[in-house]
Design a protein around this ligand. Structure first.
Ligand code: IMP
Length: 184
């Protein structure tokens, strides 16, 4: 099955292709301009962007909205992760957390599927972890060099295999693929 994925983020596409290939779902990237609404809800943002993408493409499409929610920073950068990464990147987050002992954080993703025939439907995934004290590794993208999943000791950027086994994106996309088998 072919499915359009509206995003300009090549990192998301590389991961999504690997995650979905064993479900025989083939991703076709659509790098189209979507207006991101302001909201504290990834789900609301994903639904709104999926509606826009479907309107533009006139075809079924998925979008994914994700973010890093850091407990001691009151869930910052959260739904603003994209813009914050562009402005201060992972080194800026480490500066904000210089003297912070509680390093707990969660990566969350919401995949929204929209089609001209049905209302958007969403699938979510999350991965708990901690923020490292220094930036480590060169794999992946975004905040991967400062995110240590679960009780591991390496960041996702140091050990991309940890991310391939379990990530917020993998969980959300696998839920979508299971649903798509019977519904698309
Ligand atoms: P958006 O989903 O396009 O709004 O962007 C979410 C932002 O969160 C990305 O630009 C990254 O900075 C960050 N992000 C989302 N998922 C990941 C991930 O798997 N690894 C590292 N950073 C991520």
């Amino acid at each position: 099955m072919d499915i359009a994925f509206a995003t300009g983020n090549n990192g998301k596409i590389t991961e999504a292709k690997k995650i979905l290939e064993c479900f025989k779902v083939h991703i076709i990237q659509k790098d189209i301009k979507l207006i991101e609404p302001r909201s504290d809800s990834l789900e609301k943002i994903a639904i709104e962007k999926a509606k826009q993408a479907c309107e533009i493409l006139k075809n079924p499409v998925i979008v994914e909205d994700s973010g890093l929610f850091i407990k001691s920073l009151n869930d910052f950068p959260g739904t603003y992760s994209h813009i914050i990464y562009d402005k201060i990147s992972d080194s800026g987050i480490l500066k904000l957390m210089q003297d912070v002992k509680n390093r707990s954080a969660i990566f969350m993703a919401v995949v929204a599927f929209a089609s001209p025939k049905i209302e958007p439907i969403t699938f979510n995934g999350e991965q708990k972890g901690t923020i490292s004290f220094e930036s480590k590794g060169s794999g992946g993208f975004g905040f991967d060099p400062i995110f240590i999943p679960g009780y591991e000791t390496q960041t996702w950027a140091e050990n991309p295999q940890l991310k391939a086994i379990s990530s917020h994106r993998k969980i959300a996309l696998e839920k979508f693929a299971e649903w798509a088998k019977d519904n698309i």
